[in-house]
Design a binder for this molecule. Structure first.
Ligand SMILES: *Cc1c(COP(=O)(O)O)cnc(C)c1O
Length: 492
């Protein structure tokens, strides 16, 4: 099956090349268009266990890797790394369902995709007969970096360098990255914010001189950010998994529609839900939940995307994004032409604003609802859900919980709703503790212990052990020095 660049039908790639390069040569994102060939037999889905189900969906989206390979590789990627064989447990909380996507090795939902991606990269290298090492460069606002490090750790033929904004990640996130194990990993702080780190990485990719240098060194540069189609495929799987669970729990009949509420930043997670819908999952609404950086709320409600607005640092930092990369894939799927997407992305870059055509806005509003919540409301939501249901939400998940309630109240839509939970509350223990008890200990580590004593909810092992581990990485560079750093680390 061919993947098309969102910006031109001239640039297509098979699964292996799409996964290995990440971005198309014209800057577009590789996207499947033939969802007819990806239809899923729902009766069959209901009979599969979680690893089989994930394998089935990944195979549907990336068939040219080969059925045997995918159906071996996907279950192997999760075995022993996630807390349960169930991979992503579904928990009933009040009248809603929380899909726990954070039971992996780094306690964030990025693990679901980044456990599989390195194996897809290895397979792609083998299938394309590539002997150069693959060097992954990743900019992170906290969660992607750690999950990518853990996923690529000691994967043969790969090296990984993660850049994070100095002072821009929590103490827990910093400790998670600085203590990363593995012989092929490096972590470096950048003096600047996340956009500086991300721009720095993009500039390296776009730099011809850097590409030639890499070639001479026997390297190829690649990306683990959510623009990689290899990350969307495993994410589509957990929508089916949640649905399967609801049927098994007797909450719905097969064929009944379900809503999904998604804490959204780069639009990757929720786009995977749109993939699932197009593959035959009975999805009612996809609820796009944002924090104070509510550019997507406005876009879904009005069709105008305007990034010319103040940027807020919030208690849900993984959603502090004003340019949601994956949205351009949706513009194409919702009926945009390649030329139109190219034009809109140009307007976004040059003017900071674009208006989608009426028919795209209408199509979008048929399938998406949107809302946002500020930090104070999020805190109240965490406290309320703990008080009423004895369930601990992290701040990202709490945004989606709150928005779900608001939309239910506005529309009277009583469709059963799954709230996607994207992080362990302990990853943001400081804010969660503050929400339920107004205690503010000196560090995130102390907050974890107090929170656990108070609630009886166990601390995930990977976070509990952090304090005992020695930091391995303390590098910090100026944003203009990132390429020099990459060369220094990768040479020879
Ligand atoms: C990455 C992330 C998100 C946002 O997901 P997108 O796919 O970028 O929309 C939400 N919550 C957490 C905890 C995350 O790490």
């Amino acid at each position: 099956m061919e993947f098309y660049s969102t910006r031109s039908e001239k640039h297509t790639a098979g699964a292996a090349r799409a996964v290995l390069t990440g971005l198309a040569p014209d800057g577009g994102l590789y996207t499947p268009l033939d969802f007819g060939s990806m239809r899923v037999d729902m009766d069959r889905v209901l009979t599969l266990d979680a690893p089989e189900l994930f394998a089935e969906i990944v195979y549907k989206i990336l068939p040219d890797f080969g059925e045997e390979e995918i159906k071996r590789l996907v279950p192997e990627a999760y075995a022993g790394k996630f807390q349960t064989r169930d991979i992503t447990p579904l928990v009933k909380v009040g009248d809603r369902f929380v899909l726990e996507l954070f039971r992996g090795p780094t306690s964030a939902f990025k693990d679901v995709a980044l456990s599989v991606l390195p194996r897809l990269v290895s397979l792609a290298r083998k299938q394309l007969g590539i002997s150069e090492e693959t060097a992954i460069l990743t900019a992170t606002s906290g969660d992607t970096g750690k999950a990518a490090l853990e996923g690529f750790r000691d994967v043969p033929g790969t090296r990984i360098i993660v850049f994070y904004p100095e002072g821009g990640v929590s103490d827990i996130q910093k400790a998670q990255m600085a203590t990363q194990k593995g012989g092929n990993v490096r972590v470096c702080a950048v003096k600047g914010n996340f956009d500086d780190a991300q721009t720095g990485v993009k500039l390296i990719y776009a730099d011809d001189e850097a590409e030639h240098w890499a070639k001479r060194e026997g390297l190829r540069l690649s990306s683990a950010n959510s623009i990689n189609i290899g990350r969307l495929a495993p994410q589509a799987a957990y929508y089916f998994k949640a649905y399967r669970d609801m049927v098994r729990m007797g909450e719905i009949k097969n064929g009944e529609t379900v809503n999904f509420a998604v804490p959204t930043g780069n639009f990757g997670n929720i786009l995977a839900g749109e993939f699932a819908r197009r593959m035959g999952l009975p999805v009612g609404k996809l609820i796009c939940a944002s924090n104070a950086n509510n550019v997507l709320t406005e876009f879904i409600q009005t069709g105008v995307y305007d990034r010319r607005r103040p940027f807020f640092r919030t208690a849900s930092p993984s959603m502090d994004i004003l340019v949601s990369s994956n949205l351009e894939r949706y513009l194409l799927l919702a009926g945009g032409s390649f030329e139109l997407v190219d034009e809109l992305m140009r307007e976004l870059r040059d003017k900071g604003i674009y208006r989608a055509p009426e028919r795209i806005t209408e199509e979008m509003q048929k399938h998406f609802d949107a809302g946002w919540a500020d930090d104070l409301t999020v805190k109240q939501t965490i406290a309320e859900v703990w008080r009423e249901h004895k369930y601990l939400l992290d701040p990202h998940t709490a945004v989606a919980w709150k928005v779900t309630g608001d939309i239910k109240a506005q529309t009277g839509d009583n469709t059963k709703t799954v709230v996607l939970s994207t992080a362990s509350p302990y990853k943001f223990g400081f804010d969660v503790l503050d929400a339920i008890s107004a205690q503010r200990p000196a560090t995130g580590f102390e907050a974890m212990v107090v929170l656990s004593d108070l609630t009886g909810v166990p601390i995930p092992a990977n976070l509990a052990e952090l304090k005992e581990l020695q930091p391995r990485f303390t590098d910090c560079v100026d944003k203009t020095q990132m390429l020099a750093y990459v060369k220094e680390v990768l040479k020879g």
